[in-house]
Design a protein around this ligand. Structure first.
Ligand code: NAI
Length: 498
């Protein structure tokens, strides 16, 4: 059993005993045992150990989970590669000649893949060191919760052992969903798991699902030179985003040659006998030949093998672990955080839930996560970031709303960097006297907006009014001025915006 020791003396003991073996006496006991070492799990461990608790993490693969190894981090690294490609492609605008023959840059995807992997490895080593430094014990293997807070670990080396926790936190994450007719072969038909390990970029790709992952993949593939078609079953891509944001992304995709088929009905596909590519059938007998298919139709909780009989933990009909707003499951002393619970599947939501769970374990007052107002960040080009209600949702909720939009075209910094696509849109409540009240939603689309959402997120969650936020200054020239200007305009007196 692979064990990352908590301290030198423990390391010594386990080195001499050959690790923690079944039958070696009473199960080793911890204040908290966490099953799953992804963002939800490792944040639970780090926050718990920072609070003085003894913590064990059971992880079947590598700490860091989907986010670090097969999700957010590698995807964003590739999106940065795409951004570098875009910058080099248009360097001539700045009077700089770059690129290969004919002026356009050439891509060595093997180098891109290697760099992506280096970034992942560096962060993995950093996280492992952090856990070790904080005294967290990491068990390599698959954890199953038994009755009475016992956790059985089927070790990656074939051994079986058992540990116990005063509390147990379930953080086993999620896996990609698939759809009938598109079995994953990992070569032609892939999920994000396989796509992020590709050595060669496919020349033509069908992306099934126009959500966060689908749009990020479509964007980066197109920027790096692939021909991309997105199939989305709903009437729009990025269904949960504000309509102005969706329109901006859809327009950008169209301009860049990404074909988006909304309301798409996929029938299946027939692999090319040569093994290279496939032909997708959709709609009314239509066909599309592509080199690769990326299925990004959501993720489902990973609960197989996680729970034995008699734990008292309840799983709903979609496979999510039932928990209350303080992350308590139906079983006393068992908590669940991250993608295994039916809350937004975002790494930072997992971090927040981890803190809630540990505070609950410590018996401290807990403020549950406000899921209606978490920050969302989608790193396609143009980027999307938002918090709070969309304009449509605010109206549906019965608010009398007032809306201001500041296009990046009028922003100095956006002009300087030559990236003026997009806007900041703020949705606020109109008071009965006609003045603007609370800020209900902030929606951004454009350059580096994922880095600009902070002020908007704070405004929405602080339930600040437009007047209160308009008082604060933004640096000039900066992209963040668009948020300041939009809020100023909501007070009835914008500098540039009516
Ligand atoms: P998603 O739920 O965001 O989007 C899936 C899309 O696939 C939906 O628009 C859905 O209508 C569509 N779809 C489902 N079945 C389909 C079918 N048969 N044919 C065509 N379209 C179909 O899921 P996604 O993009 O896979 O992401 C998974 C999770 O990871 C989400 O919860 C997402 O929020 C999160 N995530 C967040 C990111 C971010 O915030 N930057 C990045 C990546 C993922």
């Amino acid at each position: 059993m692979e064990v990352v020791p908590t301290a030198p003396e423990v390391a010594m003991e386990q080195a001499t005993t050959g690790g923690v073996d079944a039958g070696a006496g009473d199960p080793e006991h911890f204040d908290v045992v966490v099953i799953g070492g992804g963002p939800g799990g490792y944040a639970t461990a780090l926050y718990g150990s920072a609070a003085g608790l003894s913590v064990a993490v059971v992880e079947l693969d590598k700490v860091g989970g989907t986010c670090l190894h097969r999700g957010c981090v590698p995807a964003k690294e590739y999106l940065e590669t795409a951004a570098v490609h875009r910058t080099v492609t248009r360097s001539g605008e700045f009077g700089i000649t770059a690129g290969g023959a004919g002026g356009s840059p050439t891509l060595d995807f093997a180098v891109s893949q290697k760099r992506k992997q280096q970034v992942v490895e560096q962060l993995f080593v950093g996280l492992s060191g952090l856990l070790k430094g904080k005294g967290v014990t990491v068990f390599g293997g698959s954890g199953t919760l038994l009755a009475d807070h016992r956790v059985r670990i089927a070790g990656n080396d074939g051994s079986t052992t058992e540990i116990t926790g005063t509390d147990v936190v379930l953080a086993a994450g999620s896996v990609p969903r698939t759809i009938p007719g598109f079995d994953i072969d990992g070569i032609v038909v892939m999920t994000s798991d396989e796509f992020l390990s590709l050595e060669v970029l496919p020349a033509s790709v069908a992306v099934i699902g126009g959500g966060a992952i689908g749009c990020e993949f479509a964007s980066l593939l197109s920027d790096l030179g692939s021909t991309v078609t997105v199939f989305e079953a709903l009437p729009t891509i990025l269904n949960d985003c504000d309509e102005d944001v969706v329109r901006t992304v859809a327009r950008s995709f169209r301009k860049r040659g990404i074909e988006v088929k909304v309301g798409a009905q996929l029938e299946g596909h027939a692999l090319d006998p040569s093994g290279k590519g496939t032909v997708i059938s959709f709609g009314d007998g239509e066909k599309l030949a592509v080199d690769a298919v990326v299925v990004s139709v959501g993720r489902r909780p990973r609960t197989e093998g996680l729970l034995s009989q008699g734990t008292g933990v309840v799983v709903d009909d979609r496979g999510f672990i039932v928990s209350d707003p303080t992350m308590r499951t139906e079983a006393d002393g068992v908590w669940a955080v991250g993608d295994v619970v039916a809350t937004p599947q975002l790494a930072h939501v997992g971090f927040a839930e981890a803190i809630v769970a540990i505070k609950g374990i410590l018996g401290e007052p807990v403020v549950p996560v406000d899921y209606e107002r978490v920050p969302w960040a989608i790193y396609c080009h143009p980027e999307v970031a938002f918090a709070g209600l969309t304009e449509a949702a605010a109206r549906e909720a019965g608010f009398d709303v007032v809306v201001k939009k500041d296009p990046f075209g009028g922003n100095s910094r956006a002009r300087i960097i030559g990236d003026t696509e997009g806007m900041v849109k703020v949705v606020a409540e109109r008071r009965p006297d006609g003045t603007t009240g609370r800020i209900l939603g902030v929606h951004m689309v454009g350059p580096w907006v994922t880095e600009q959402l902070g002020a908007g997120y704070l405004a929405v969650n602080w339930e600040a009014t437009a007047d209160e936020v308009a008082h604060f200054i933004q640096p000039h020239p900066s992209l963040s001025e668009s948020f300041g200007e939009t809020v100023l305009a909501l007070t009835g007196r914008g500098l540039h915006l009516a």
